[in-house]
Design a protein around this ligand. Structure first.
Ligand code: TRP
Length: 355
């Protein structure tokens, strides 16, 4: 920034820079469903582990504005917010260290979204996967209007996501493969803003972990809410047992050697087991463990693994005021960053006091 520009900017705005040089990681969870085993292994567990690292400042938030794009059932959005927050807290998220908040408690995020909308090319949004998929679906069904059923939330949601990320100057954003394009868009939008108004934003990077397990669901396809094949992470004991018994296997008889690497039961077991336990289970497959026995073992194993966290989860659901308080405290901390930064950004675009 030139010295002349610096003198125009009030001192209070210049102090908005973060004090530490820690790597900043940030990720959001859309509040439309109940966390399942696949979410846990693929996203929640690694994030909670990262929340304890001292060399990283992490931000985790409940993306409830994102939920509205695809879910217009208010009770479901609220319930999902409660369940996801309870899940993360029950699993031991370090909220002293990580900042854990609800997107809608940080009004600077939608405000920043507008500033970003005004530098984002419409053509960039035309290329977003989620939008293109909707258009293609319309073409496939012979729907005359290519934009049928597409709301502006869906169309411009990469801009909201860019605001989520850029607001906290995140360097690293752990996401699934399907979100990589959105990170490219966030960089593109940040670059454009920086070009016009000065270097305000850090360019974020997607972090896609190739090693985290992708779990299959009870029908053998990838565990996903959209396939209706999920095992909820904190399903009550009885329900958990029932779902595990329903997992699809082949029809090999007990005593016949089986291939662990194509088996849903084994992949779930492995996601929770130590290396030694996994090896021992491989031997059981080679010896021809029966499916009934394996399902029983898997249930006992998972249940023992989840028992304590499930009790904490159930207790939290009974005390939503504790969750609400934790989220509000998180938002207060988030706003220590977003408030001053937003003031700086407003100033940069010319939205300034006149005297
Ligand atoms: N769109 C992401 C998803 O569907 C969720 C999300 C919203 C997000 N805002 C974010 C992820 C910011 C990372 C950073 O998974």
């Amino acid at each position: 920034m030139s010295p002349a520009a610096a003198t125009i900017q009030p001192a209070s705005l210049r102090r908005a820079r973060p004090m530490s040089r820690k790597i900043i990681t940030l990720t959001g969870i859309t509040t439309t469903g109940t966390p399942h085993l696949g979410n846990y292994v693929g996203a929640i567990r690694p994030a909670i582990e990262a929340s304890h690292r001292v060399d990283v400042q992490s931000y985790y938030f409940l993306a409830d504005y994102h939920a509205l794009i695809k879910c217009q059932d208010p009770a479901r959005v609220q319930r999902s917010t409660l369940e996801i927050a309870a899940t993360w807290l029950a699993l031991g998220l370090d909220t002293e260290h990580a900042v854990f908040y609800r997107q809608s408690d940080v009004p600077e995020i939608p405000e920043l979204t507008w500033l970003l909308q005004c530098v984002t090319a419409k053509g960039l949004m035309n290329r977003a996967h989620a939008y293109k998929a909707a258009v293609q679906a319309n073409e496939a069904t012979g729907e005359g209007d290519a934009d049928h059923g597409v709301n502006m939330g869906l169309f411009s949601y990469p801009v909201l996501m860019a605001a989520d990320i850029l607001m906290f100057r995140a360097n690293k954003v752990p996401v699934g493969r399907d979100q990589v394009q959105h990170l490219e868009m966030a960089r593109d939008i940040a670059g454009r803003f920086n070009n016009i108004y000065g270097e305000h934003f850090v360019l974020p990077e997607a972090v896609v972990d190739e090693h985290t397990a992708v779990l299959n669901g009870i029908d053998g396809r990838k565990m996903s809410k959209s396939y209706d094949n999920v095992i909820p992470l904190f399903a009550p004991q009885k329900a958990l047992r029932k779902l595990i018994m329903k997992i699809k296997t082949n029809s090999l008889e007990p005593g016949v050697p089986k291939d662990p690497d194509t088996c849903t039961l084994f992949s779930i077991y492995r996601a929770f087991a130590s290396a030694d336990q996994t090896e021992a289970m491989r031997r059981r497959y080679a010896e021809g463990i029966g499916w009934g026995e394996m399902k029983g073992l898997l249930f006992e194993f998972l249940d023992a693994h989840l028992l304590e966290a499930r009790a904490r989860y159930d207790a939290l659901l009974e005390a939503p005021e504790r969750i609400e308080a934790a989220l509000r405290e998180g938002a207060e901390r988030a706003r220590l960053v977003s408030g001053p930064f937003m003031q700086q950004l407003r100033h940069s675009v010319g939205i300034r006091p006149l005297a």
